[in-house]
Design a protein. Structure first.
Length: 357
C-alpha cells in the first residue's frame, strides 16, 4: 500500500532531532519491520492515487513527475534529516477501543442518521482501511479495524487515553510500519500534531514551505500564512509565537500542500479555551474553502460535536460507535440534538451522566 507523506511530517522529524528526541519511525507498511529510511528535509513520499501500500520492507521512494518530492529553489533548505518515528508502546497509541468484529458499529439511535450521505457514499474514499491490526509487546492495540473517509468529509475520532487513536492516525500517515491489513490512501496527506513542531532554527515562513514543491514556495507559504491570519508573523522566530499562533503556523504548513487528507492529532488540546474556540472557527473556515478529507483525533466530545460530520468511538481496537451530524455550522452546543448525542458519546466512553455515580 502506498501514500504520500508531506513536509508536515518531515518537519516533525527535524523538530524532534533538534530537541534530542530518540524515537524513530518508518514510512510504509509491512508485516515485518524493514530497514529504516531517513527522509531528506525536502523530500516527500509519493503515491499513485488508489495504490495500496507495499508490505515489503525497503521501498524505493523515488518521485514521480509533479509529485511533492523535492524542494524548489527559493526554499529555505538548511535543515538536516532527522530520525523517523515509530509508534511506541508508551504513547497515546495504545490499546484503542473499536467496533465489534463482524458487526456494524452502534449508532446514536433517533439522533442522527448513521447511513452515509449520497455524496459520501458514492465517492472514492481518500482513506480506505480494512482489517487493520497492530500489536505492541504482545498486546493488541488495533484489532481488525475498518474505516473509510470520503473526500471532503470531516471525521472525529474519540477514545480513552492510550486507546490507539494516534496509532491509527500514524498508520494513515505512513509512519507506522508494524500495522497489518489493507490500507489505501488517495493523493497527498498532511499532518498537524498536538505540538506545532516548528523547526526552532527557522523563521515562520521557511517553516511553512519546508519541503514544499511549488513554482514559488515562498509566495505559496505567504498566502497560507495570510489565510490563517499570520501574515505579519512570517519573519518571526517560532519561540516568539503564542500557542495559538504556533498552531496556526502548523496549520498553514499542512494546508499549503493542498492535502487530499488532513490528519489532526489533538492539535488544539494545549490551547486555552478561548484560543481553542478561535482555532475551531478557523479550521472550519479553511476546511469549507479547501474541502480536504479530515481525521481529527481528540479527547474532547464537545470539540468533536462542534467540528465533525461524523464522530467515531474506538473500543477494543475497532470502531465501536459511529454517529453522523447533519447540523449546519457554526453549531450551538445547547442544541437539543447535540446535547442528546453528547450524552450518548460520553456513555460510549464510559463516562457516567451528570448526577450519577
Amino acid at each position: 500500500m502506498a501514500t504520500r507523506v508531506t513536509g508536515a511530517v518531515i518537519v516533525e522529524k527535524l523538530a524532534e532531532k533538534a530537541s534530542g528526541a530518540t524515537s524513530s519511525a518508518s514510512s510504509g507498511h509491512g508485516v515485518e519491520p524493514g530497514p529504516r529510511h531517513d527522509a531528506e528535509p525536502s523530500s516527500e513520499h509519493n503515491a499513485e492515487p488508489g495504490q495500496q501500500r507495499d508490505t515489503t520492507p525497503g521501498p524505493d521512494h523515488s518521485a514521480k513527475p509533479g509529485s511533492q518530492h523535492d524542494t524548489e529553489p527559493g526554499s529555505d533548505h538548511d535543515a538536516t534529516p532527522g530520525p523517523q518515528h515509530d509508534a511506541t508502546p508508551g504513547s497515546d497509541d495504545d490499546a484503542e477501543q473499536g467496533s465489534q468484529h463482524g458487526t456494524e458499529p452502534r449508532s446514536a439511535g433517533g439522533i442522527e442518521d448513521r447511513s452515509p450521505t449520497t455524496a459520501y457514499a458514492t465517492a472514492i474514499p481518500v482513506a480506505h482501511v480494512r482489517n487493520l491490526t497492530r500489536d505492541f509487546d504482545n498486546r493488541r492495540v488495533l484489532d481488525g479495524l475498518d474505516l473509510d473517509i470520503a473526500p471532503g468529509e470531516f471525521v472525529a475520532l474519540l477514545g480513552r487515553s492510550g486507546s490507539g487513536k494516534s496509532t491509527l492516525l500514524r498508520a494513515l500517515a505512513g509512519l507506522d510500519r508494524g500495522v497489518r491489513g489493507e490500507l489505501t490512501t488517495q493523493g497527498t496527506i498532511a499532518v498537524a500534531f498536538q505540538e506545532p513542531r516548528l523547526v526552532p532554527w527557522k523563521r515562520v515562513l521557511p517553516n511553512v514551505f519546508l519541503g514544499l514543491r511549488h513554482s514559488d514556495p515562498k509566495a505559496a507559504a505567504r498566502a497560507a500564512l495570510a489565510e490563517v491570519g499570520l501574515a505579519a508573523r512570517a519573519d518571526a522566530w517560532p519561540l516568539t509565537l503564542s500557542g495559538g499562533e504556533a498552531q496556526r503556523a502548523s496549520l498553514a504548513r499542512a494546508l499549503v500542500r493542498e492535502p487530499d487528507l488532513l490528519l489532526l492529532d489533538e492539535p488544539f488540546s494545549a490551547l486555552d479555551a478561548l484560543t481553542r474556540l478561535t482555532i475551531h472557527r478557523l479550521v472550519i473556515d479553511l476546511w469549507q474553502r479547501r474541502r480536504p478529507g479530515v481525521l481529527l483525533v481528540t479527547h474532547d466530545v464537545d470539540e468533536a460535536l462542534r467540528l465533525a460530520d461524523r464522530v467515531l468511538v474506538l473500543g477494543e481496537g475497532r470502531i465501536a460507535h459511529e454517529s453522523r451530524i447533519d447540523l449546519p455550522r457554526p453549531r450551538r452546543g445547547d442544541h437539543p440534538r447535540l446535547l442528546a448525542l453528547r450524552e450518548t458519546l460520553l456513555a460510549e466512553l464510559g463516562v457516567a451522566p451528570e448526577g450519577t455515580e
